[in-house]
Ligand binder design. Structure first.
Ligand code: ADP
Ligand code: MG
Ligand code: ZN
Length: 193
């Protein structure tokens, strides 16, 4: 099923682990909206400064301009009557109040295309993503390639100074070498102690 023009809005979620192609998929959808001459607006959370502060950037370095916002309530300040779609990347970093804003904008007729990590490095639901998946009209779960065994990867492995992260490690560890890999459930490790 796909979004039908002229109906009520629509919430479409693209999720999966790191490197699964979420941002690439968003960029492809955006390209199609350009071809169809649709008016859209792109947001990302202020916290995500991995590559660039005002762009969506995929791991293969494709980019597009995006507006940084810290909260779902900021959408109102940027959106205009002409907009037909809202695109959001890295939605896992927003708080759960985003869910209500998504419902309201979808009910007012907008197409919402939202992407984010469904699971954090512990394989637990990440931020508001569980709720967003529940309210979605369409969900696409992407997979990556496990960087250990080559199988389909659905998890994100966090590695700190060469070792699997501990369950209680904070989200940000200053002064450490933090990296992430796509892994299957078998190869994904979290240290509990
Ligand atoms: P995401 O937004 O889900 O993190 P991106 O769309 O930024 O992913 O990047 C996806 C691209 O990353 C793939 O097309 C591929 O070129 C590259 N890539 C690097 N490592 C992997 C991996 N382990 N599995 C799949 N793709 C990978
Ligand atoms: Mg991405
Ligand atoms: Zn594996």
């Amino acid at each position: 099923m796909n979004y039908v023009e002229g109906k009520k809005g629509w919430i479409e979620v693209i999720c999966g682990p790191m490197f699964s192609g979420k941002t690439e998929t968003l960029l492809k959808i955006i390209e199609r909206m350009d071809l169809a001459k649709k008016k859209y607006i792109i947001f990302k959370p202020k916290i995500d400064t991995r590559y660039s502060i005002n762009q969506l950037v995929s791991h293969n370095q494709k980019t597009i301009e995006a507006i940084n916002i810290s909260h779902g309530s900021d959408i109102k300040r940027h959106i205009k009557d002409c907009h037909q779609a809202i695109v959001i990347d890295e939605a896992q970093f927003f708080d759960k109040s985003l869910v209500k804003y998504l419902q309201d904008y979808a009910n007012s007729g907008l197409r919402i295309i939202i992407s984010g990590l469904d699971k954090d490095f512990k394989c637990d639901p990440f931020g508001p993503m569980g709720d967003i998946l529940a309210i979605a009209d369409k969900v696409t779960k992407l997979t990556a390639v496990c960087q250990v065994c080559g199988c389909e990867a659905t998890c994100t492995q966090r590695i700190i100074d060469g070792e699997p992260a501990h369950y209680y490690d904070p989200q940000i560890l200053v002064g450490t070498d933090d990296k992430y890999e796509a892994r299957c459930r078998d190869c994904h490790k979290v240290i509990y102690d």
